[in-house]
Design a protein around this ligand. Structure first.
Ligand SMILES: Nc1nc2c(c(=O)[nH]1)N[C@H]1C(S)=C(S)[C@@H](COP(=O)(O)OP(=O)(O)OC[C@H]3O[C@@H](n4cnc5c(=O)[nH]c(N)nc54)[C@H](O)[C@@H]3O)O[C@H]1N2
Ligand SMILES: Nc1nc2c(c(=O)[nH]1)N[C@H]1C(S)=C(S)[C@@H](COP(=O)(O)OP(=O)(O)OC[C@H]3O[C@@H](n4cnc5c(=O)[nH]c(N)nc54)[C@H](O)[C@@H]3O)O[C@H]1N2
Ligand SMILES: [Mo]
Length: 768
């Protein structure tokens, strides 16, 4: 049963706008997920597939990294998980005939939405130098081409091996091993664009770069602060946990420039009350902060805690922390008069927040991209740690840090060694296990990888998943950099922009997705993943593969490694390809916390990785204690007549994958080129609702970058702030505008000016 791909470009960017919703999920969410799923895969396949999501014997939802509860519902997925599954399990196909009809130059003019809607890739495809058409190619010849270009490099460091966070633990372990055996630590990954700031801040202060709470902790917290996150769209199952916490008496503070529907009220689609739409109010206190004001807010909360009698957990501070005196002095020296300007908040609301913090013994702080993608993201997250340390709220049940991860296995990929700055311990373990010398010099992250391509220092770009050119900042610079490569290779399930912006030669290598059956020489395989809370479990696909020509990701890496490194290489690639249990045995011997991996992952629900601060209040930092840090408070300054733009996700997208043109909770339908502006700011700028504007970013390099043709939407965001979707707005984010320490692009604080323009763009101009 093959579906014909849609022929015409459906992108007519003509947004219709209504009032934002006050609650998330409920019946419309259920109806919408079924509608999207059936359009892609028909009714029977929809029912069979969706019932397997996140079940102990099924596959891990390819959507977000939110953990599964121990007692699962028959339908343990959400509207957006259903869309992610439907994208992959679609019956539409992109075959060699598709490429024969369409030159790359034509595909490069299509929108990302259109490209994604064409369906699953079925054959390995090759774009020869000077050609404008991808042609089908055999797997062996494809590996030969990669090997040829890799061998022709002057140094292994001229190759880049990117990963996106959907890759399984097994594939990730093999991939980093391959890159290092080849001789480079150039392992940029989507984490560099995402939670790198969290990892950097937490490693320095607590000694472990991951969250310190489990789902039960959330359920039993007194206070949960959700800062810079939109779970109603991006982690919908988190709302169930917040609802449960509320039932148990928790209070919730939301910190966000936008009022996000899911955080206001949740209509749980798995309960009758929720379906009827009466739902649970979630947020007790909404702090509508100015973009980038969070460090100032958390510093002020610390000041209140220090000033209150009994505010500081003195025993905890004495026993477990380092740097308290210096921090307290910095807080005392600060100017509280700056707080209203930095945060835009009403002092009375800060009083309320401080009272709630002081009344809570068990506090969890959750955050996502609203905190990680700023120039001062790392000190901002360190300030959260300062607050929790003052209260002794780390390593206590019901309390701790909760960075909510994005991609479903982005945390696992890091655990498996996808890091450009590996620890000596990891390299030593790999050397000892495999008897192959490992490169010691640090490799390139995403931003530095783009610079290396731009400057001709990198020549082969290889991506295990993802959509590098659309996800990265400074689209013009990034695309030009990619076009300078000798060879670009994309291991993918679906067509995307990165396949159309190529080096001199290019390959598309199609693979199995999570939902599909994976059979190798030793029989049927499963893979494993790690969720946002460090729980590792199995994922097993059941659907027949989209095409008989697909390889699994682990098999692809093993075959490539054999071809590049030679048949007599000390790593048993052939054995690994045949049986992933053999890979897990080696993970067990080289990666801490994975002892007895195969036996433990066989248990339904898997196992929890150790986490020293959470489990034993042990802090493996440089000082051996949890570190207070005393950075100066920063916030973005915006010149008059300018706004601070955050680039975020709509309800109908998964990063660069656009499922549809609606953002239901925000009341936007039928278009994505919108800019949300406070009515007061819009009035000052002379921009009526429904008018059109060009967005131009201004940055210290003096270059101006413009994204034309956005419909102005008057929206209740914080004053001085604006919001628009990525990837359309990635053209505005300068490559060099990154966070200190983590080097993550500052995609949430772009200074822009709005210039009135005549109207929407003609459809043919839309490339993202
Ligand atoms: N359906 C769906 N699910 C997803 C994804 C998806 O695209 N679609 N992406 C996945 C990935 S990779 C990730 S990383 C996560 C992303 O999950 P989120 O971080 O929720 O994603 P964004 O849409 O970037 O939303 C950022 C939120 O932070 C707020 N914000 C922006 N700037 C600031 C600020 O300065 N301070 C504060 N306090 N708030 C601010 C915004 O208003 C918004 O609510 O979701 C994952 N899950
Ligand atoms: N301006 C701005 N830019 C951002 C962000 C932002 O908030 N603002 N967010 C950033 C964040 S948090 C992230 S994580 C990055 C995301 O960056 P990426 O991870 O690079 O991008 P995705 O859009 O998630 O990748 C989608 C592609 O992955 C491929 N794919 C899907 N499933 C599989 C699979 O199972 N195997 C393989 N091999 N391929 C698969 C498909 O071909 C699909 O087109 O974007 C970042 N970019
Ligand atoms: Mo992400």
């Amino acid at each position: 049963m093959k579906r014909k791909p849609p022929q015409a470009d459906p992108v007519q960017d003509a947004p219709r706008v209504s009032a934002p919703r006050r609650s998330a999920a409920g019946l419309p969410a259920v109806a919408n997920s079924l509608r999207v799923a059936q359009r892609q895969m028909g009714a029977r396949r929809t029912a069979l597939t969706l019932l397997r999501v996140n079940q102990a014997d099924g596959f891990d939802c390819p959507g977000c990294a939110w953990p599964e509860p121990e007692r699962r519902h028959a339908a343990e997925f959400c509207e957006n998980g259903a869309k992610a599954v439907a994208e992959e399990a679609t019956l539409r196909r992109v075959t060699p005939a598709f490429f024969a009809e369409r030159p790359v130059s034509e595909l490069a003019r299509r929108s990302g939405y259109w490209l994604g809607q064409q369906g699953r890739l079925t054959h390995p495809m090759y774009l020869a130098e000077g050609s404008d058409h991808y042609e089908p190619i055999g797997w062996e010849r494809a590996f030969d081409i990669v090997a040829e270009e890799l061998r022709a490099l002057d140094s292994p460091d001229e190759a880049l091996f990117y990963t996106s966070g959907r890759t399984s633990n097994e594939a990730a372990f093999l991939y980093q091993l391959f890159a290092r055996c080849f001789g480079t630590n150039n392992l940029p990954d989507c984490s560099n664009l995402c939670h790198e700031s969290s990892g950097a801040a937490l490693t320095e202060t607590l000694g472990v770069g991951k969250g310190s709470v489990l789902l039960e902790d959330l359920h039993h917290a007194d206070l949960i602060i959700v800062a810079g996150q939109n779970p109603g769209t991006n982690h919908p199952r988190m709302l169930t946990a917040l609802e449960k916490a509320k039932r148990n008496g928790a209070r919730i503070i939301t910190v966000n420039p936008l009022p996000e529907a899911g955080l206001e009220r949740f209509d749980n689609p798995q309960t009758l009350r929720g379906l009827a739409g009466s739902g649970t109010p979630l947020t007790d206190l909404f702090l509508q902060i100015r973009i980038g004001g969070d460090q100032a807010l958390f510093r002020e909360l610390c000041r209140r805690v220090l000033a209150a009698e009994g505010g500081v957990d003195e025993e905890f501070v004495r026993e477990h922390t380092h740097g308290f005196e210096e921090f307290a002095a910095a807080v005392r020296a600060g100017d509280p008069g700056e707080v209203p300007r930095a945060t835009g908040l009403d002092p009375a609301d800060i009083d309320r927040a401080a009272d709630m913090v002081l009344a809570s013994k068990r506090t969890v702080v959750c955050w996502a991209m609203g905190l990680t993608q700023h120039r001062h993201a790392v000190p901002t997250i360190r300030e959260i740690v300062n607050l929790l340390l003052l209260r002794g709220a780390v390593g206590r049940p019901g309390a701790g840090v909760c960075p909510v991860r994005g991609h479903s296995n982005v945390q696992g990929d890091r655990t498996m060694g996808i890091v450009e700055k590996p620890s000596p311990a990891l390299l030593d373990a790999l050397e000892e296990e495999f008897g192959v010398p490992m490169p010691r010099e640090h490799g390139l992250d995403v931003v530095n990888a783009i610079r290396a391509l731009r400057d001709g220092r990198a020549k082969v770009f290889f991506a295990l998943g993802g959509n590098f050119v659309a996800a990265s900042p400074d689209t013009g610079v990034t695309e030009a950099a990619m076009r300078r490569a000798r060879l670009t290779v994309h291991v993918s399930t679906k067509l995307n922009r990165s396949h159309c912006v190529t080096g001199a030669r290019a390959l598309i290598l199609p693979v199995l997705g999570r939902t599909e059956r994976d059979v190798q020489a030793s029989g049927e395989q499963f893979v494993t993943v790690e969720d946002s809370m460090g729980v590792v479990h199995a994922s097993r696909g059941r659907l027949a593969p989209a095409s008989e020509h697909l390889l699994s990701e682990p098999a692809l890496v093993c075959r490539l490694a054999r071809r590049v490194l030679g048949g007599d290489h000390p790593v048993p690639w052939e054995e690994f390809e045949a049986d992933y249990a053999a890979v897990r045995d080696r993970i067990a011997r080289t990666i801490p916390g994975f002892e007895d991996f195969n036996a433990r992952v066989a248990r339904p629900g898997g196992f929890v990785l150790p986490h020293a601060p959470r489990d034993e209040r042990r802090f493996p930092t440089a000082t051996g204690k949890a570190n207070f840090t005393a950075a100066p408070v920063e916030w973005p300054r915006v010149p008059p007549g300018r706004l601070l733009l955050q680039t975020l996700r709509s309800h109908d997208q998964y990063n660069t994958t656009v499922y549809g043109l609606d953002d239901r909770y925000r009341g936007i339908e039928g278009g994505r080129r919108v800019v949300l502006v406070h009515p007061g700011d819009a009035a000052e700028l002379g921009l009526p609702d429904g008018s059109y504007a060009d967005l131009t970013s201004e940055w210290e390099d003096g270059r101006e970058r413009t994204a034309p043709g956005f419909r102005v939407v008057h929206y209740p965001t914080a004053r001085g702030c604006a919001a628009a979707y990525f990837p359309e707005t990635n053209v505005l984010v300068p490559l060099d505008a990154t966070a200190e320490v983590s080097n993550t692009p500052a995609s949430k604080s772009v200074v822009i000016r709005l210039t009135p323009s005549r109207g929407p763009l003609p459809a043919s101009d839309k490339t993202v």
